[in-house]
Ligand binder design. Structure first.
Ligand SMILES: Cc1cc2nc3c(=O)[nH]c(=O)nc-3n(C[C@H](O)[C@H](O)[C@H](O)COP(=O)(O)O)c2cc1C
Length: 281
C-alpha cells in the first residue's frame, strides 16, 4: 500500500516505523506478517503511488516483483528500498504503528515523490534556492511583484542559455517575434516584443548589419518600413526556438493538467484586461 506515515526511529539498531489504518483491508496481513519492504518512490512514480493508494484491485498485477531476503515482495527496478523484519507493533488510535528493523538497504539516488496538501509533487530545486518570502510579506501578496518574479524564474533559466546560439535577450525577442509574423513594422514589433522603440531601433540596426534581418519599404507607402528575417536570421533562431519549446515542456511537466489550465487561464485574464500599457519588461 502507499504510505506517507514513514519515519526513521533509531540508528542502532536501525529502526523505522509507519502506521497502517485499521480500516484498511491490508491491515491484518501487514500486522501479522513478520516482515515488510518499504520502497521510496521517485518524482516520476505518481501513478504507482495512486495504484497502491487505491483499495480493492490486485495492486501487483502486471508489476514485475520477486521476494527479497525477508520474503516480502520487492518491485523490480524500484529503489531505494528498506527490507525490514517486524520489530514491534503498537496501538495508534485508528492505526497500528509498525516498527521494522532494516535488515537490507537497496540504494539509489533519485528525486523523491512528495505528498503535500493532498497532492503528489516533486521538490523544485530552483524554488529551494530562491530567496524565501514570508507568507504575509508585502511582496508575497503584491501581484506585480509575483508576476515579475514568476517571469524571472521562468525566463531566467532559458535566457542563460541564449549565448549558446550567440544571441542576446533583445535579439532573441526580435527573432522569435519576426519568425512568427513576417513584415511587422517597428512599432508593431516593439509592442509584440515588449520593448521600447529607441532601444529597439539600435538592436535592429545591429541585427541588420549582422545580416539577421532586413528593413524593406512598402511599395504602396514608402514611409512604411517593414522587418523581415534573412536566411541567416532564420537559421540562428531555429535551434533556440526548439530549445525554448523543450524548456517550456519541462517547466510545465512540473504541474498537473489542472494547474496548467489554471495558470494559463489566470494569465489570459490579466492579458485581456491590459489596456495597452507598453512598458518595458
Ligand atoms: C499519498 C498517500 C499516502 C497514504 N498513506 C497511508 C498511510 O500512511 N497509512 C495507511 O494506512 N494508508 C495510507 N494511504 C492509504 C492507503 O494507501 C490505501 O488505503 C490503500 O488502499 C491501502 O491498501 P489496501 O486497500 O490493500 O488495504 C495513503 C494513500 C496515499 C495516496
Amino acid at each position: 500500500m502507499t504510505a506517507n506515515s514513514f519515519s526513521s526511529v533509531s540508528l542502532d539498531p536501525p529502526l523505522v516505523l509507519w502506521s497502517v489504518a485499521k480500516s484498511s483491508p491490508s491491515h491484518d496481513p501487514f500486522v501479522e506478517a513478520d516482515a515488510f519492504a518499504i520502497h521510496f518512490l521517485g518524482a516520476d512514480h505518481g501513478e504507482l503511488a495512486m495504484r497502491f493508494g487505491r483499495r480493492g484491485s490486485d495492486k501487483f498485477a502486471d508489476i514485475a516483483h520477486a521476494p527479497g531476503i525477508t520474503g516480502a515482495p520487492l518491485i523490480e527496478g524500484l529503489a531505494p528500498i528498506f527490507e525490514c523484519k517486524t520489530w514491534a507493533r503498537y496501538p495508534g488510535g485508528d492505526h497500528t504503528i509498525l516498527v521494522g528493523e532494516v535488515v537490507r538497504f537497496v540504494e539509489r539516488n533519485h528525486d523523491p515523490l512528495v505528498f503535500h496538501s493532498g497532492q503528489l509533487g516533486r521538490i523544485d530545486k530552483r524554488q529551494r534556492q530562491a530567496a524565501p518570502l514570508a507568507s504575509d510579506s508585502f511582496a508575497r501578496n503584491y501581484l506585480p511583484y509575483l508576476l515579475a518574479r514568476a517571469s524571472f524564474n521562468v525566463s531566467g533559466e532559458f535566457h542563460a542559455r541564449l549565448k549558446e546560439w550567440d544571441l542576446s535577450v533583445p535579439e532573441w525577442r526580435v527573432l522569435a517575434c519576426l519568425s512568427d509574423v513576417e513584415g511587422l513594422s517597428v512599432g508593431e514589433l516593439a509592442a509584440m516584443a515588449l520593448m521600447k522603440q529607441p532601444g529597439l531601433t539600435k538592436v535592429l540596426d545591429r541585427m541588420e548589419s549582422d545580416d539577421l534581418l532586413k528593413r524593406k519599404s512598402a511599395s504602396s507607402d514608402r514611409r512604411r518600413v517593414t522587418l523581415h528575417l534573412t536566411a541567416k536570421g532564420r537559421a540562428r533562431v531555429k535551434p533556440a526556438q526548439k530549445a525554448a519549446l523543450e524548456h517550456e515542456a519541462s517547466l510545465l511537466s512540473r504541474f498537473s493538467e489542472d494547474e496548467r489550465a489554471t495558470i494559463k487561464y489566470a494569465l489570459d485574464l490579466l492579458i485581456d484586461s491590459d489596456h495597452g500599457d507598453d512598458s518595458e519588461q
